[in-house]
Ligand binder design. Sequence first.
Ligand code: BTN
Length: 256
Amino acid sequence: MRAQEALDGWAGRPAVSLGEVGSTQAEARRLADAGVPEGSVVRAEHQTLGRGRLGRRWLDEPGTALLVSIVLRPPVDFSRLPQLSLVAGVALAQAVREASGLAVGVEWPNDLLIRGRKVAGILAESHDSADGAVVILGIGLNVNQTRLPRELAGRATSLAAEAGHAFDREQLLRTLVDHLERWYRRWVREGFAPVREAWRGLSETLGRPVVNDRGEAGIAEDLGEDGALVVRTERGGRARWVAGDARPADAPGRAS
Ligand code: BTN
């Protein structure tokens, strides 16, 4: 009973806690197809096929991370759905700051960084249903890992590695779900403006040289009113990046 209480989705919605799965995204999609309400949460202790953005893998060490997928049925226009990753980034950053005291920032579009290293990633996958768009919002947060995969050395970190002690993942999840629910409802009700303001305050991207996955480079100037990254290009013009990555121009590539 206690465990179930601690694991509730938002506003008392169902939560499912699993051991080893392929991907919580696939499990949540199955539940969404079966009609679970918005705010239902799926988490797992380990993923064998964890997926990241842009076809990348998401690696975890069993029993140490938060691996979570949340079913959303946003009652907004389809064109606003890409903003959800930024909504989740703000909520996750605020939750981690509150729970750990660590100085976490957001990198466009939706990575969380501590001292320039990736500590969390967000994957929003949407599909149509008879009742409108469904989004499976996936969050991977490195919590208690003390050893990160060699291929991620120097590019990824965990809360424990940064703070020097382990964290209670149940409490972190509760804090995360609370923040996410609050920011999501606010975004539905008030639009993107409050999210944009909060994101700018947490940004690790603005004011820095960036390069995208098409090799275009410039200085990240602002977050647009729709969530696009506004970039002053090397030729002095302005570009709006709406998808893909924007990594620091001097970094070899962000961990995923
Ligand atoms: C990224 O940074 O590329 C996004 C990573 C998202 C990882 C999470 S872990 C929980 C959920 N299940 C998955 O397979 N992926 C997301």
